[in-house]
Design a protein around this ligand. Structure first.
Ligand code: SF4
Length: 687
């Protein structure tokens, strides 16, 4: 009827799951989602995957937080916002007076909006007076950003998602886009199948794209940098390097060439286990291709040499002239919907928005003048260091927004110990997460459909989300909560809408100079850098690289062996990753009933060789033991994994893989080496 139609509302939004950045209209009637309708999303056209289409159960989940919760013995009791803010004000002031501003620390969320990342770092820096602010890119993408910043200046996809179709060759390293970036991956499947695009996959695990690839090779764990350096060396030595490009656009070639001397094909074969003949074929494929895109993710970054591998990857692209043109370059496939934006907008311990350094006096002076405060001068603590500092007693308060630290961070037992001793832990989230169990105060925030703001996808595309549904109960948008806290602490903020936060960002940040909500109306979007006149940058590098002389830099790397090689006691290598149906540990996707039924439990993938050796078959339960913890899971015997390598999906709260992972980290960024876990497996009695 007409009445019914009148109450149906259509609102433009952006998917809250992965960083492909699919946008669509959501049809709602009051709190009910009737339909997700992709019409003309710049990244996705008329497509979505299962998560974007169906995984919205978290909106109306039973455990949505609707009121602030205060710890009361072993449980919690509901309180009003005023009381919650009184407690925060009182405790923050006391800790700051007794121990100084650096006794407080803040973790922003890569699920929240850009504006919320910006106000979180502003709260830490301008109101509290500390640079102790970070976001969960520390758990995943910082090594990718580091590798690219070292070599080409900007840490972001070199071109648009659509540009990948223009590449002659797509090389996927340590990424599983068929499950983790489904809508982006459809383009690669199409151009590979129908337009003769070459596809090479390097991975431990034979996932769907490995099965489709023209060449698939499996380097030993944590050895990608070695084959990348060997291929670069072979290309230079064989006269296949694009020296016109190198001479015009890249510094430090001689130093780079010298650094490659150890990386002969014989050495690479020995370390990586990949036949030299395969690597030589790969070198010729890259050299001959009309544009190579390298897509990579956690299989590259989550190692103690993660930043160096990302650097080696970028060196390889530079020496083959694969930047500054569509259909070429580096594509660090970001995970969360806004992992790119959370860092871009300044929730990092060393930079303000747009990667402007906190220890640069001119930059600081600009922010001080605009904000009317004196800012801290030294780099703050990252997530990893915050946990250590809590254990050491120097950080007393941690404010976590939209991040399930206890399931996401590595070595869960150790992190749990730290959160238990934290004097004042605030957790702000939409559902009662595992981390909430450790909190002193829980603050109810709202999911994407209940607020306004912007997200930045993996292709640096900034897109608006609009409010489709009113906040549930007393829950509030994260930016509003942060403003309330800031004002209790004397911040004197007065943002009436996130657009005003964006105007401030644009004023203070050259990378976003021309960004405004009017330029982002509806399905309009902008890819950074956005110049003051509003022109944006689908292609990241057009007139050189963002260094003073406009040239990129070769950055030599060494091979860093894994932190935890298999030993006699822990004889198996455990890898991990996401599933198509779930997002990370499932804190949102498990709240959609249909999706929960498809994958109720987690499992471990075991190779047929190992299964035969241990006399086990699919369905058997095993116990995996690492130096840090134990999980019990069911076995799936599969040729997706080989030899003594195991694979576990991340989708479990009951038996989380992070009970097994260590506290070792990437040397340059402190990203945990999740992919370097040694375990032993014992078979449990039949049930
Ligand atoms: Fe959402 Fe990513 Fe799926 Fe698109 S591909 S619908 S952004 S989860």
């Amino acid at each position: 009827s007409e009445m019914r139609n009148e109450r149906t509302k259509r609102t433009k939004t952006v998917c809250t799951y992965c960083a492909v950045g699919c946008s669509f209209e959501v049809w709602t009637k009051e709190r009910h989602i009737l339909k997700i309708e992709p019409t003309h999303g710049p990244a996705n056209g008329i497509s979505t995957c299962i998560k974007g289409k169906f995984a919205w159960g978290h909106i109306n989940a039973d455990d949505r937080l609707t009121k602030p919760l205060l710890r009361d013995g072993d449980g919690f009791r509901e309180i009003e916002w005023d009381e919650a803010l009184d407690i925060i004000e009182h405790t923050f002031k006391r800790i700051k007076n007794e121990h100084g501003p650096d006794a407080l620390a803040f973790i922003a969320s890569s699920k929240c909006t850009n504006e919320e990342s910006f106000v979180m770092q502003k709260l830490a820096r301008a109101v509290i007076g500390t640079n102790n602010v970070d976001n969960c890119a520390r758990y995943c993408q910082n090594p990718a950003t580091m590798g690219l910043q070292r070599t080409v200046g900007y840490g972001g996809d070199s071109g648009s998602i659509a540009d990948i179709e223009k590449a002659g060759l797509v090389l996927i390293v340590g990424a599983n886009p068929a499950e983790n970036h489904p809508v982006l991956c459809t383009r690669i499947k199409r151009s590979h199948k129908h337009r003769g695009q070459r596809l090479i996959v390097a991975d431990l695990r034979k996932h769907e794209m490995a099965e489709r690839a023209d060449i698939f090779f499996r380097p030993n764990p944590s050895t990608d940098a070695v084959w990348m350096c060997a291929v670069s060396k072979y290309i230079i030595d064989s006269g296949l390097a694009k020296m016109d490009f190198v001479n015009k656009w890249v510094n430090h070639f001689d130093e780079f060439k010298k650094s490659l001397e150890p990386f002969t094909m014989e050495y690479a074969e020995k370390i990586t286990g990949v036949p030299a003949a395969t690597l030589i074929t790969v070198a010729h494929e890259i050299a001959a291709a009309d544009g190579t895109c390298i897509l990579f993710a956690m299989g590259v970054t989550q190692h103690c040499g993660g930043s160096d591998t990302a650097t080696a990857l970028s060196n390889l692209l530079l020496v083959t002239g694969n930047y500054m043109r569509p259909g070429a370059g580096a594509y660090p496939l970001r995970g969360h919907n806004n992992v790119q934006g959370a860092s871009d907008f300044g929730s990092m311990p060393n930079v303000f928005s747009g990667y402007q350094k906190v220890d640069d006096p001119d930059i600081r002076a600009k922010f001080e003048a605009d904000w009317g405060v004196t800012l801290p001068t030294t780099t703050g603590l990252d997530n990893h260091e915050m946990i250590r500092a809590i254990q050491a007693g120097s950080v007393k308060s941690l404010y976590i927004k939209g991040e399930d630290t206890i399931t996401s961070d590595a070595n869960a037992g150790d992190v749990g110990d730290a959160l238990s001793v934290c004097e004042f832990l605030i957790v702000q989230d939409i559902n009662f997460s595992e981390t909430c169990r450790y909190a002193d105060l829980v603050l109810p925030a709202v999911p994407s459909l209940e607020k306004e703001g912007t997200f930045t996808s993996t292709e640096r595309r900034i897109q608006r989300i609009y409010k489709a549904i009113e906040p549930l109960g007393d829950a509030k948008a994260d930016w509003e909560i942060i403003q309330l806290v800031a004002n209790r602490m004397g911040g004197n903020w007065n943002y009436k809408h996130p657009s005003e936060i964006m105007d401030e960002v644009a004023r203070l940040t050259p990378l976003f100079a021309g960004v405004s909500y009017t330029r982002l109306e509806g399905f309009d979007s902008l890819q950074w850098p956005v110049h003051a006149d509003g022109t944006d940058s689908p292609l990241l590098f057009t007139e050189g690289f963002p260094f003073p002389d406009g040239k990129a830099k070769f950055h030599p790397v060494e091979y860093i062996p894994p932190s935890e090689a298999s030993s006699k006691e822990f004889d198996l290598h455990l890898n991990n990753g996401r599933l198509l149906e779930h997002f990370e540990q499932g804190s949102m996707t498990y709240r959609t009933p249909g999706i929960k039924e498809i994958t109720p439990n987690t499992w471990v993938e075991v190779s047929s060789e190992l299964a035969a050796e241990r006399g086990i078959s699919t369905g058997r339960h095993v116990q995996l033991t690492s130096p840090y913890g134990i999980v019990r899971v069911q076995v799936i015997v599969t040729d997706r994994v080989q030899g003594k390598q195991l694979y576990m999906p991340l989708n479990s709260v009951e038996e989380p893989v992070n009970r097994l992972t260590s506290s070792f980290t990437d040397r340059a960024t402190h990203t945990p080496a999740y992919k370097e876990t040694a375990v032993r497996m014992s078979v449990l009695p039949e049930q």
